[in-house]
Design a protein around this ligand. Sequence first.
Ligand code: NAG
Ligand code: NAG
Ligand code: NAG
Ligand code: NAG
Ligand code: NAG
Ligand code: NAG
Ligand code: NAG
Ligand code: NAG
Ligand code: NAG
Length: 334
Amino acid sequence: MSRSLLWHISCFLGLLPFWIQCTSSANSCAVWHEVADCSHLKLTQIPDDLPANITVLNLTHNQLRKLPPANFTRYSQLTILDAGFNSISKLEPELCQKLPLLGILNFQHNELYQLSDKTFIFCRNLTELHLRYNLIHKIQNNPFKGLKNLIKLDLSHNGLSSTKLGTQLQLENLQELLLSNNKIHVLKREELDFLGNSSLKKLELSSNQIKEFSPGCFHAIGKLFGLSLNNAQLGASLTENLCQELSNTSIQTLSLSSTQLYRTSNTTFAGLKQTNLTVLDLSYNGLNVIGNDSFAWLPHLEYLFLEYNNIVHLSSRSFYGLFNVRLMILPFSG
Ligand SMILES: *[C@@H]1O[C@H](CO)[C@@H](O)[C@H](O)[C@H]1NC(C)=O
Ligand SMILES: *[C@@H]1O[C@H](CO)[C@@H](O)[C@H](O)[C@H]1NC(C)=O
Ligand SMILES: *[C@@H]1O[C@H](CO)[C@@H](O)[C@H](O)[C@H]1NC(C)=O
Ligand SMILES: *[C@@H]1O[C@H](CO)[C@@H](O)[C@H](O)[C@H]1NC(C)=O
Ligand SMILES: *[C@@H]1O[C@H](CO)[C@@H](O)[C@H](O)[C@H]1NC(C)=O
Ligand SMILES: *[C@@H]1O[C@H](CO)[C@@H](O)[C@H](O)[C@H]1NC(C)=O
Ligand SMILES: *[C@@H]1O[C@H](CO)[C@@H](O)[C@H](O)[C@H]1NC(C)=O
Ligand SMILES: *[C@@H]1O[C@H](CO)[C@@H](O)[C@H](O)[C@H]1NC(C)=O
Ligand SMILES: *[C@@H]1O[C@H](CO)[C@@H](O)[C@H](O)[C@H]1NC(C)=O
């Protein structure tokens, strides 16, 4: 029995608790307080008979091809719009104009391929924008420039070949940028310049096959706190290079799981000596050799993850200098 049928039967029989409002809408969206759940209903159009005072509208897992702004005029109180898992290929600027209070726009798993300088121009209250699993290959000009309140931007699982999301300083409140599973091969200095006025804390670059870190590539984001580069074929020398580039940042959490780091030496993490690195994830690396004094540069390290490695060469100096480590997972033949 489908959920919507159940819903109608429950409404009819008065079986639902008194605080649930049963809607008579033909689309069978479930409305509870100011939240409308219209997910999984094979919708091809935006329902027009929901209470006008809803603040959350869930349109996920439907068959929507567009979000016509005019259809949202009624729902001007929305603070969260979840339109994920549809087939929408275009976002019109007027959508945000109809939704001045919108704080979270979730557009994951759609078919967006192009963003213009106008797309988000009216989305001034947005704090989170989720665009992962779309078809965005290129960002031209400055589509995110108006998003002065944005805290989290998720562009993972697209086809981007660069971290450059703009040509001017912008996104001054951005704290989290997710770019995993794109096609970024080089981290160039100027390609993060647009964040020079932000205090980005978390950068997610996992599953990009980065082959080169250009000198000073993190200079614009010196407040960086956490970096993930899992599933990148970095190996020992690129890892050493990466750590040198991170030397002037506030990095505290570094995730290098599955990066083909087979051996470490006393130079691998030397670049991090001025930082307060507290968490280092080296799991799933096929790590064989932990050379003497590999971690001697990291006196603040508290968590070292080494599970799923195959460490055969260890000496009494392998972990020399780790005074604060609380947790170390160390299976010897993983
Ligand atoms: C929202 O609208 C519905 C009717 O459409 C009403 O029953 C409900 O009381 C309203 N909620 C608030 C908080 O105004
Ligand atoms: C919308 O519904 C989907 C599927 O039930 C759920 O995973 C998602 O978290 C919901 N979104 C919001 C904003 O509640
Ligand atoms: C909402 O969408 C439907 C179908 O796309 C359209 O016929 C209708 O005019 C729209 N409603 C408003 C208020 O624009
Ligand atoms: C953003 O939302 C607040 C209320 O949360 C509202 O006062 C303000 O006008 C909105 N900003 C814009 C640009 O619409
Ligand atoms: C930099 O950010 C501050 C607020 O943190 C803002 O006042 C200023 O206009 C921004 N500068 C530029 C060039 O965007
Ligand atoms: C770190 O800062 C020092 C001193 O300002 C500078 O000489 C060095 O080039 C910087 N390193 C990086 C990788 O940005
Ligand atoms: C490391 O921590 C100390 C003490 O909390 C702080 O003064 C210093 O600025 C931190 N250094 C970096 C590079 O974040
Ligand atoms: C690093 O180890 C090599 C031998 O493997 C040694 O010659 C060198 O002095 C060490 N460097 C530091 C800074 O400990
Ligand atoms: C590593 O340290 C151990 C124990 O101090 C020492 O016996 C060994 O020679 C060192 N290896 C290298 C390559 O320096």
